[in-house]
Ligand binder design. Sequence first.
Ligand code: GLN
Ligand code: ZN
Length: 774
Amino acid sequence: MTATTPLPTATILGYPRIGRRRELKRAVESFWAGRIDETELRATARELRAATRERLVALGLPAAGGAIPESFSFYDQVLDATLALGAIPARFADIAGAGDLASYFALARGDERHQPLEMTKWFDTNYHYSVPEIDERTPFAADPAQLVAQLVEARGQGVSSRPVLVGPVTYLLLAKPSDDAGRRFTPIDRLDEVVAVYAELLASLAAAGAEWVQLDEPALVSDSLLLSREETLALVERAYRRLGGGATRPAILLAAPYGDSAAALPRLGALPVEAVQADLVRGGLPEAALADGSLAQAFTGTQLVAGVVDGRNVWRTDLRAALERLGRLRDAGIATVVGTASSLQHVPHDVAEETRLDARLRSWLAFADQKVAQTATLARGLADGSAAIAAELAETDAALADRASAPGVHVGAIRDRAAAVGEADRRRGEEAERRDAQRALGIPELATTTIGSFPQTAEIRRARAGFGRGEIDREAYDGFLRAEIERVIRLQEEIGLDVLVHGEAERNDMVQYFAEHLDGFAVTEHGWVQSYGTRATRPSILWGDVSRPAPITVSWSGYAQSLTERPVKGMLTGPVTILAWSFVRDDQPLADTADQVALALRDEIDDLVAAGIRIVQVDEPALRELLPLDAERQRAYLDWSVGAFRLATSGAGPGIQIHTHLCYSEFGEIIGAVDGLDADVTSIEAARSRMDVVAPLGDHGYSRGIGPGVYDIHSPRVPSAEEQAELIRIAGRRIPGEQLWVNPDCGLKTRGYEEAVASLTNLVRAARLVRADA
Ligand code: GLN
Ligand code: ZN
């Protein structure tokens, strides 16, 4: 390997790439709309990257020595790895190799001739990646162009940056076999070939002057993938022995973010790589190996990037506690670099932008920029002693003490109510009794419905923004929303849907809307976080005890129900999803916070029922997402998350039908929990996978209603009635017809009216076609 300098004393694994004002989103979407061309889009991206490097240096990361990661992506880092490996699925062969952004986005989003790559959650985050499709014949050929270009670009700025790539083991474990793959094939079978391509990429980077490269291997901390941790670790050892032996390569930082790598650390340290990163927020250290010196032994000649700054949450780092842990490592003789636990792509850019946020709350927070600065501060403290950062330590201590005693953080009445919850509060009546009572709803077999939202038109967004800015008064805005609800109800009646929705026009976002109406939450102005591609969410901050000062959805749902004889679903977001898509207080167990939210929702359901609503859907699309990566913690999580959902819904009498909606299709491993929710009807995403989800449900003996999506709402394509009928028939082979519901994969919020109406019309026809089969 070429001689390299050690990694400087502070680094981060990655930085938000969407831009402080979501510049990347706007530029990419303009490119899609044909308003700007590729040259212009690339120029915007270059400016964003340059601004990021400059800022990271200004915040205290060294410009030299590879401390600055190149974590930009036009869409997704896993897709970028697919391109760097040349692993283009055969079904895209006709557009591959063009190297232009239009082909890149065709893989991500599909086009007239191609279904897009599937998208799924990145570990236990709310980020989604484009799933690689690999089979026995997938070509692999190193394409280092992007990686090299960014490196050169950085050098022009006086920065020696560190290219970042998803590592080979994680890449293949996240891939799925393509439709052409043989039945026994799994992508990881091709590890050795892929590692050879990584070796070529590393050689090209070295030739281009890279001092360091970062390879992310979060598969190391996950129990949810195809292989056991031991098997994954063995493959990582095999891959990195080979990569480490490469003749010309940059120094390698092998990163294990998102979870606990303690048990693997001694073996990772012994690999022929120059640095290993460990997540010390979610994970710990191998205490015995630290005490007996064997960890230091394993790390001889290898730096440990100690991930003590949380990349997943927005709270100020407890600098004193972090410094103490860093000191222990250093005192054990380990060359310690201060780092983040994961990439900072999961937090917003900068707290300083939040000028409207309560100043007291703001003083408790840290977004990406603050976390970078904290990383640099800790590095100074580690090098020069705590006295060197005395001012920062004092400021942190004061903020932490203030937060612990602030009003609203602990509210006696809320705590008393939560403490009084018993098991009976989490149980509904018998299934058979409920089924009988719900016959009064008059719902037909293969009932048709939607998931909740109707298209959010420009007009709706304009009205909401105008109301937010005070240009439209409450009365006018309410009138607008009522007219919108009436329009959506009439439209659904015309289309012939059986169970209606009010359309959610009043909601900017399914979590933020509730956060805005519950005590204990704050919302940000600019706190956007990438969810996938150009989509970003603005998580609310759950900082205090949660309660419901007044009914939230009742007037809208009640109004919708008053317009029609058909049942209208009340529409709520469940406690787990509210937690998952918010930044949640870190000073008490999630289980306690979830129960507070559940009690507020329970009151809301009571009020909905009192207003004449007979079906309530409680969405939990994030149930799978929050599942911890390690098996040990999974059970405890499933216990409290299912418990919170049941606490929210068990106040409803047997005649009230409870629905839930789960967005994704991979829930094999939580099928017991999905059953445990005890919802009367569960809708799930299924169209893209052609109903793959129904077989496990059938095998599990799932006995209540199930609505596998027959219309893929992620694409503007209008599926025909025949096509949707075929999917219903596939589902019908595994699930009895009386349990089946017919619905789209998810809400229609992002769709246009024309395609949504055409697709729903076909959906209703599809249900009729299949009813006629019988
Ligand atoms: N009811 C929500 C909607 O239709 C559900 C969205 C989701 O599952 N992400 O928009
Ligand atoms: Zn959904």
